[in-house]
Design a protein around this ligand. Structure first.
Ligand SMILES: Cc1ncc(COP(=O)(O)O)c(C=O)c1O
Length: 462
């Protein structure tokens, strides 16, 4: 069975963000079943899903409450399009999303993945300005190392060269400002001296171009795919003030951070900022099914509202927009929040995780450890003092991925960044086990390639 599946996979499947050549001489990891935090392969070997299956899984795999919501929905209505028709699950979910997001956000537009949630916000912002007598506002601002998806529009606002450089020639022009990358501060500050100098380029840009800008898109508190760059809430507060001053829309891309991962329901709560658009996906359904939502204000909505002949309609929609099954899964997840109250006990869990991560800084090839809620990232460096980076050719992340598998962990480093992105259901005992196994992988790192560290070390495997 296993070898047949392996062969069939290699014959017919092209995997995302994967160099298939890596698997010319080795097996793909075929997952057979899941339970809680664990994934099991065809031979019954278990692995901790330390990246929540691409940052989606929230309450553990196969949560019974969510499954029961989906079963009930499946017996009633499988699918109906949302253009002019509606259904109970989409309606109730919209009502609940408005109830848990900040005041001022009042309308939900569904789509089916994180990229489309962001595309919708960009297009709505642009069209809003056209309807509002400011058609010159057609430029967008993104952050260096920002990541909002893989569509042409979201790549145009993305700042991860490895992902986007092949497509650079066809992307639309946008403004990019420095990333708030505290470990390698672009303004040569440190946390004690930082006065948010990295926002000065944004202020300068707004002074010169503000009236031509429709919106700025940011991932609040953490640039995830761009390297798990965690930055302070006060940056977001100040950024929001600047954008308001110049009348520019603020789009929060909480595709990755939404639904508790940072310790609060939404990352924006840490800064007390309400954006003009809030983009959600991934954990919206707790990882059960694809779904996304772009939530906006009545002011934006009203600019599209008018007699048919006025031609203000938002001509955008995806076939599976507001899928009944996905909406039911999302309602199931919100039911878990209501019944199990995971956010109430999350503080202690998060404190434990952060405390467990501290010792990684003792390793000579760990330059930085940064944590936010259930997210913990380790930046590997060749040299702690100079912060010299491992090169693309050295590919340390791949070696760590392979070593992780031996320890029963699915780690998927982003370049030199090894990270944990844990479900909010993770227990203290599971954190102990995961961090211990991760320590084993990283403390023995010089044995993985012989290239991971350029000096001898005295760290013992605990
Ligand atoms: C912050 C952020 N925005 C958007 C996306 C794109 O989401 P999707 O892969 O569902 O299109 C991602 C995916 O990782 C993300 O992390």
């Amino acid at each position: 069975m296993k070898s047949t599946l392996q062969e069939t996979d290699k014959k017919f499947l092209w995997h995302p963000y994967t160099q298939m050549h890596d698997y010319a001489a080795r097996d793909l990891l075929i997952i057979d079943r899941a339970d809680g935090l664990m994934l099991y392969d065809l031979e019954g070997r278990s692995y901790f899903d330390t990246i929540s299956s691409w940052w989606c899984i929230l309450h553990g795999h196969n949560h019974p409450t969510i499954k029961s919501f989906m079963h009930r929905q499946l017996d009633r209505l499988d699918h109906v399009h949302l253009a002019g028709t509606s259904h109970e699950a989409a309606i109730l979910l919209a009502e609940k999303l408005i109830a848990i997001t900040p005041e001022g956000l009042s309308k939900v537009f569904y789509s089916d993945n994180g990229s489309t949630a962001c595309e919708v916000a960009l297009k709505m912002s642009l069209q809003y300005w056209r309807h509002s007598g400011q058609a010159q506002r057609k430029r967008f601002i993104g952050l260096e190392r920002g990541y909002h998806g893989d569509t042409i529009g979201t790549m145009s606002l993305g700042g991860v060269p490895d992902f986007h450089k092949e497509f650079a020639e066809i992307l639309f022009a946008s403004f990019t400002v420095p990333s708030p990358y505290c470990y390698r501060c672009p303004m040569a500050q440190n946390p004690e001296t930082c006065r948010l100098e990295c926002l000065q380029p944004l202020q300068d840009l707004l002074e010169n171009e503000g009236e031509n800008v429709a919106a700025m898109i940011v991932e609040p508190l953490i640039q995830a795919a761009g390297g798990m760059r965690i930055y302070p809430a006060r940056y977001i507060k100040r950024l929001a003030e600047l954008l308001r001053q110049y009348g520019v829309h603020l789009i929060f891309d909480e595709v990755a951070t939404g639904f508790g991962r940072t310790g609060r329901m939404f990352a924006l709560e840490h800064a007390g900022v309400t954006p003009d658009f809030l983009c959600l996906s991934k954990a919206l359904t707790a990882g059960m099914l694809p779904m996304a939502a772009t939530i906006t204000s009545d002011e934006i909505y009203q600019a599209f509202y008018g007699a048919y002949a006025e031609n203000r309609t938002f001509y955008h929609g995806h076939t599976f927009t507001g899928s009944p099954l996905a909406a039911a899964a999302a309602l199931g997840s919100l039911q878990v929040f209501a019944e199990e109250k995971p956010l109430a006990r999350l503080g202690a869990t998060i404190a434990h995780l952060h405390q467990k991560m501290a010792r990684f800084l003792d390793l000579p090839w760990v330059g930085d450890v940064r944590c936010l809620g259930m997210i913990a990232a380790i930046e590997l460096v060749k040299d702690k003092q100079t912060k010299e980076e491992f090169t693309f050719a050295e590919r340390v992340g791949w070696k760590i991925y392979l070593k992780g598998l031996e320890q029963g962990l699915i780690l998927r480093p982003l370049g030199n960044i090894v990270y944990l992105w844990l479900p909010i259901s993770t227990t203290i005992a599971e954190i102990d086990e995961i961090t211990e196994r991760t320590w084993r992988v990283l403390a023995a790192a010089d044995n993985i390639s012989g290239a991971l560290c350029n000096k001898p070390h005295g760290i013992r495997v605990a």
